[in-house]
Write a protein that binds this ligand. Sequence first.
Ligand code: SF4
Length: 242
Amino acid sequence: MRKIDIIEALKSYLELEKESGTYEYALGRMFKMDLKEKPGESQTLDELKKEVSRCRSCDLCKTRKNVVFGSGNPHAKLMFIGEAPGKDEDIQGLPFVGRAGQLLTKIIEAMGMKRDDVYIANILKCRPPENRAPLPAEILACSGNVRRQVAMIRPKVICTLGKFASQTLLKTETPITALRGKFLEYPAFNLTSGGIPPERDRRRDNGIKVMPTFHPAYLLRNPQDKKLVWEDMKKIKKEISK
Ligand code: SF4
C-alpha cells in the first residue's frame, strides 16, 4: 500500500472514531498510550492519594461515595490489581472488602501473608454505577493513577485480577484464560510518570513481573477454578521469596 493511501485510510478512520465519540480512546489504542496520562506532581503515595481523592476527570466522580485509592504496604513486594470498586468498596473507601474481597483475603492468608503485607488497588478508583463494565473514557482518564501507584511502590510482582485489569495493564486483548498462569514483563511504557527518577523510567527491564489470574468474583461463581488460581499463587510466592 502507498504511504498516501495509508494516511488517507487513517484520516477516514479517525474521522469515524471522532464522530462516534471514541476518538481519544482509538488514538490511545493505536499508539499504545494514554493521551490524558500526564506526569503528576505527586512524589509520594500519600500525595498521590490526596490528588486522586479530588479527581473529577471522568463522570464517575458524580456518582461515587468515596474514591477507593488502594491500601496496604507502600513497600510491598506484591501488588494485587483488580477492576473497579463495587458497592461495599464505594461505601467504605477501601478496595476488596465485599465477598470477593473476603476471598482475596483468604487467598493472601493461604500464601502465608496478611493483607497489610501486600498492596491492593484497582484500575478505576471510583465505582461504575450498578457495577457495570468500565467505559473506555473512564479507563483512559483513570489508568494513569494505578500506573503511578506501581511506579511509586515498585513491587516485585503484580497479580492482575481478571480480564479487565490484566488486559489494561498489559495493553493486550488476549483472553484471561490464555494470559493466566504465566509471568509476563510489566511493560516499560507504564513507568513513564510519577515518583521515580527518569533514569529508572527508561530502563526497559523494569524488573516487575505480572501474573494475570482469575478475579475472586469469578471464583465465587466458578469455585472449580480455585485450584488454577492456587497454582498461580504458588508461583508468585516462589518469585517474591527469591
Ligand atoms: S474513576 Fe478515576 S478518573 Fe474517574 S473520577 Fe474517579 S479517580 Fe478520577
